[in-house]
Design a protein around this ligand. Structure first.
Ligand SMILES: Cc1ncc(COP(=O)(O)O)c(C=O)c1O
Length: 380
């Protein structure tokens, strides 16, 4: 399972925006085991929970989620032999519900009247507390608590962040900015923490839905169609003082951008990926076309076939997507610094294994050149 989670391709997508050519780098997270970035976090949290004795073999896992986390915990949790129960708002896509059930988890849908997202979290807490009381020992039930568990951030510090950094190094560029939509905030905080360690003045912009600007205004509520981000509150693992200003994206614009990536480049991504791409372009517009901005495509389009992603969308006056020309993309190679566990990589073959006598082909891109530091218009 380990080799099916993480180490995803990094796409270098060439665009023309406002007439100037630019490149946006996007980590293709749809290539994870269950098709989203959340596999990284679920696997890492379960690993840590085992290490700390917070999860016994076979104990139930209970979590509140807007979908992708539920799918990840369902698949990975069931594969490891755990019963999984997921609490989720009832307005999430049909595909999310069916996938969670399809992976063998139980699902409890929570309506607006029952508290929606916040209600899902408290109902998960109550269900876990009941089970714990009956069992009366730690480890008998595990509540990952993705919105407050720092292992969520750590999963991106140890995997997504280094992968982005080293894949960009392989392409001889250094990032000026990283942007990511905030659901739990694990991605922006974790990748951000790693990249700031490498480049202290990197910009880190959280992304939110323009109609539900909880990060920038603190105001709760506001409906939107970018599933996975802007979930009615600021998660406790998000430290806004560590981040730069939130960037707002209209949900219709995100839908149009995701549609454009699919119809013009064959990149079938979800709505939050469209939002992330537009946020990256906002940074390009602000800092100049030579700026190096990285982001993530959190999942693919298959979970949105029952949503507006597959319907005609009217462009608004201030939408960015109509002015974006997609020119093509390259997939940055995966990098040896992150491609495998060094311990496993170094495993000796069994004595009776007969290896192919032809030697491994020589890498066509030896690391002899110094990485170029591409600077933005502001000279950051
Ligand atoms: C589709 C999608 N995009 C973005 C995010 C946000 O990621 P994070 O929770 O790391 O902030 C999520 C989280 O569930 C998601 O499902």
């Amino acid at each position: 399972m380990l080799s099916l989670i993480g180490n995803t391709p990094l796409l270098a997508i060439d665009v023309r925006v406002d007439g100037a050519p630019a490149t946006v780098y996007a980590k293709a997270e749809q290539f994870n085991l269950t098709g989203s970035i959340k596999d990284r976090m679920a696997l890492h949290m379960l690993r840590r929970a085992y290490e700390r004795g917070e999860l016994e073999p076979g104990a139930p896992i209970i979590e509140a989620t807007s979908g992708n986390t539920g799918i990840s915990f369902a698949a990975i949790g069931r594969a490891l032999g755990h019963p999984v129960t997921i609490f989720m708002p009832d307005w999430m896509s049909r595909e999310r519900i069916d996938l969670i059930r399809g992976f063998g988890a139980r699902i409890r849908l929570v309506s607006h009247e029952q508290g929606g997202f916040v209600g899902s979290i408290s109902l998960a807490e109550v269900a876990a507390a009941d089970l714990l009381e009956t069992a009366s020992r730690a480890g008998a039930v595990f509540l990952p608590r993705q919105f407050s568990n720092v292992d969520n951030i750590e999963s991106h510090v140890v995997s997504t962040g280094p992968e982005i950094w080293w894949q960009l190094q392989a392409g001889f560029v250094i990032p000026d900015a990283f942007v990511a939509g905030v659901g739990t905030g694990g991605t922006i905080m974790g990748v951000g923490r790693y990249l700031r360690g490498k480049r202290p003045d990197i910009r880190l912009h959280p992304v939110e839905a323009a109609s539900a600007p909880v990060l920038s205004s603190g105001r709760r509520g506001g409906e939107h169609r970018i599933q996975g981000i802007s979930d009615e509150f600021v998660p406790s693992i998000v430290d806004l003082s560590f981040l730069d200003a939130p960037l707002a994206v209209h949900d219709g614009d995100a839908i149009l951008m995701a549609q454009k990536l699919a119809t013009e480049l064959g990149l079938g991504v979800g709505i939050s990926s469209g939002a992330n791409f537009l946020a990256a372009l906002q940074v390009v517009r602000e800092l100049g076309p030579q700026v190096v901005v990285a982001t993530v495509f959190a999942d693919d389009n298959k979970k949105y076939l029952s949503t507006d992603l597959v319907h005609d969308e009217q462009a608004g006056d201030d939408y960015i997507s109509p002015s974006v020309e997609l020119l093509g993309f390259r997939s940055q190679r995966r990098d040896c610094h992150t491609c495998c566990d060094p311990v496993l990589c170094g495993t000796e073959p069994p004595p009776d294994f007969a290896p192919d006598e032809e030697p491994l082909p020589v890498c066509v891109r030896p690391r002899h050149a110094r990485p170029r530091h591409r600077r933005s218009a502001e000279g950051r």
